[in-house]
Design a protein. Structure first.
Length: 155
């Protein structure tokens, strides 16, 4: 990826994340899930987030380095790798918003999977693809087969 293309991708992603921050304010998160200044995520939430992030990046045929170039707060491809494997949780809402923008997901997609949507958020319900990605009981292969069958049935 050229430097111009990289900087062109980073600016819109950062701008989109900044504009979404107002729609998904960190201060309005469900207080039952906040422990001190850190939000607790369940294994199922991390798994769904990880799978959706990884699948979205792969669908765009982006290298982890390219996603990092689009996310000011994700500087290391290893950090992104850990997110994609569910080994590490995002440090802030800003990181989640930047990742959504970088992999061109609809606003709130990754936030919903992590349970980070504000209590008063007016976000669209999750798509079938999001629900499949979030299902921790399904293997990656099973998710791919189910998505393939769903797409075949819905055109």
């Amino acid at each position: 990826m050229s430097g111009a293309a990289a900087s062109g991708g980073a600016a819109p992603a950062a701008a989109r994340a900044a504009s979404l921050r107002h729609r998904l304010p960190a201060g309005r998160l469900d207080p039952r899930r906040v422990e001190g200044s850190r939000v607790r995520f369940t294994p199922a939430q991390l798994s769904g987030f990880a799978a959706r992030l990884s699948d979205a990046r792969a669908a765009l045929d982006l290298a982890r380095r390219e996603v990092c170039e689009r996310c000011p707060d994700v500087r290391d491809p290893q950090q992104l790798y850990n997110y994609e494997r569910g080994r590490r949780a995002p440090e802030s809402l800003d990181v989640v918003l930047q990742l959504e923008a970088a992999v061109e997901l609809a606003p709130g997609t990754l936030c919903r999977l992590l349970g980070l949507a504000p209590l008063d958020a007016d976000l669209a319900p999750p798509t079938t693809a999001d629900a499949i990605a979030a299902d921790a009981a399904l293997s990656r292969a099973a998710k791919a087969q189910l998505l393939s069958a769903y797409r075949a049935l819905t055109g």
